[in-house]
Ligand binder design. Structure first.
Ligand code: PAF
Length: 280
């Protein structure tokens, strides 16, 4: 496995590599990322993982400075998972001058997480577009845990005609249901015990939808209360149409229940998809 830090060296390495399957990450890897790498293997001759903590997608009060940088440990894991190339550029390599051209994401990027993290998805689309242009992958794999991110990236690829096939990989969970996330490492032992409540609250909504409930606001309110009464600060819990990410209107086939909430100083997000077609 080659660890490469410059765009020039990466492009030289990839010139004869065959179709690339690409896994963009911010490092501090866990089993969820490694599953993305394994899935990438099914889609390309050469698996490239990037490790880049992208300043553009962090708000001024967010954790850009403190986001764990664990390059050596990450490379060891990527090697184990069978990545062929790691691209780990510096901020100066990615942004040699202040980035003045950005990709404006679709309006849905201002809802859900975007309502609480203004500019976040614009930072994501901009860096992903740059990475796509640098790596020129045939396929790119993103985790479904960041459902809204995946949705926004798919829209960007579709509307800007990027010649990249985007694959969404299932969320990996700990035994107690907590979605694997780099930010889980911020949790105290006590908060780690509490953390699966977010997933349980979303599952509870899913169960009720499957049982025929359709008062989305009431379901969201109950979930919010279950979390708040256990010390969480809830950004949102929302039932959405999975095909538009908008609030459901009329007939609903596939929906997604998304939540974001804080335990202490750690913000967790999660989502689950539910098919309720049979009940309409
Ligand atoms: O999901 C992430 O880790 C990041 O948002 C991504 C896609 C690597 C862009 O920086």
């Amino acid at each position: 496995m080659d660890v490469i830090h410059t765009i020039e060296a990466l492009q030289a390495r990839l010139r004869t590599a065959g179709p690339v399957a690409f896994v963009p990450t911010m490092g501090n890897l866990h089993a969820g990322h490694l599953a993305l790498v394994r899935s990438a293997h099914e889609h390309g001759d050469c698996v490239v993982a990037s490790i880049f903590v992208n300043p553009l997608q962090f708000g001024p009060t967010e954790d850009f400075q403190t986001y764990p940088r664990t390059l050596d440990a990450d490379c060891a894991q990527l090697n184990e998972a069978g990545a062929d190339v790691v691209f780990a550029p510096s901020v100066a390599e990615m942004y040699p001058t202040p980035q003045q051209v950005e990709i404006v994401p679709p309006p849905i990027a201002s809802e859900l997480c975007g309502a609480f993290r203004p500019g976040h998805f614009q930072g994501v689309t901009t860096v992903v577009a740059k990475l796509f242009n640098i790596v020129q992958p045939a396929v790119a794999v993103f985790g479904k845990k960041d459902f809204q991110q995946l949705f926004v990236i798919r829209a960007m690829v579709r509307e800007l005609n990027f010649p990249v096939r985007v694959i969404g990989a299932e969320t990996l969970r700990a035994e107690d249901g907590l979605a694997l996330s780099s930010r889980n490492g911020y949790l105290s032992a006590q908060d780690r015990q509490e953390a699966p409540r977010l997933y349980r609250a979303l599952c509870n909504i899913a169960d009720q939808l499957k049982a025929g409930a359709r008062d989305f606001a009431a379901l969201e309110g109950t979930a919010r209360q279950a979390l708040e009464s256990n010390g969480w600060r809830v950004d949102y819990v929302s039932v959405r149409d999975a095909s538009t990410l908008l609030p459901p209107v009329g007939e609903l086939n596939q929906c997604v229940i998304l939540g974001a909430a804080w335990l202490g100083t750690t913000r967790l997000i999660d989502n689950i998809e539910v098919s309720i077609a049979a009940l309409i």
